[in-house]
Structure formats: C-alpha cells, structure tokens
Write a protein that binds this ligand. Structure first.
Ligand code: FES
Length: 115
C-alpha cells in the first residue's frame, strides 16, 4: 500500500519570467521530478523524465509546443502530454502533468490535477 500523496500546493520558487520557450526548468516536487515550460506565454508542468527509459526529458529540445527527449528523440506535445513523433502515434503513454497556478506575488504554484 502506498502512502497518500501530498495534496498541498507546492511553491516552485519560479515565476513566468524565469521560464523560456526554448527549454524546460527542472523542479523537484513532493510528487517527484517535474519540469516547467513556457508554451505560448503560459506555464506548463510535465514530468521531468521520459516515460520511455527515464531519459532527461527536461533537457530536451523545445520547439512549437513540443519537447524532444535527448536520448531516443521521442517527441511529446507539452499541452496534452501525448507522444507526437510519427513512430509513436499509437503509443498511449501520456506525460504526467501538474496544474500550475500563480500566487498573488507571481510565484508559480504546482498541484496535482483533480481527477
Ligand atoms: S528515454 Fe526518452 S526517448 Fe528514450
């Protein structure tokens, strides 16, 4: 039996101005390793390591709202988490996401999605 996952929001220590549309920013959270990206000006948070073989997805190339894993070049849509490279169109794995909120002081706050 797994212990309950913490549900209190996690302060990332980052603001939108700290993010780039060119690369991810690794964030350690109570739910594991995630990465923050900037997609069309909005912050997006997905798992930091690749669902394939745990490659450092957060170090991947970011372009057009997608990130490419540096190990085997699987490409994921950052907005829906789905694999979008031609070889993986039937792959049903989806990147885990966290919801990103902005605190009154501008700090990005993360929390698990409600199911
Ligand atoms: S570990 Fe990311 S594509 Fe293989």
């Amino acid at each position: 039996m797994h212990p309950p996952r913490p549900s209190a929001p996690h302060k990332s220590g980052l603001r939108v101005a700290d993010l780039s549309s060119q690369r991810g920013r690794h964030v350690a959270t109570p739910w594991g390793d995630y990465a923050l990206y900037l997609v069309d000006g909005a912050p997006v948070c997905v798992q930091a390591f690749c669902p394939h073989m745990d490659g450092p997805l957060f170090e991947g190339t970011v372009a057009g709202g997608t990130v490419v894993c540096p190990w085997h070049l699987w490409r994921y849509d950052l907005c829906n988490g789905k694999r979008v490279d031609a070889a993986g169109l039937l792959d049903r794995r989806v990147l885990e996401r966290l919801v990103v909120d902005m605190a009154a002081d501008g700090e990005l706050v993360l929390r698990p999605p409600t199911r």
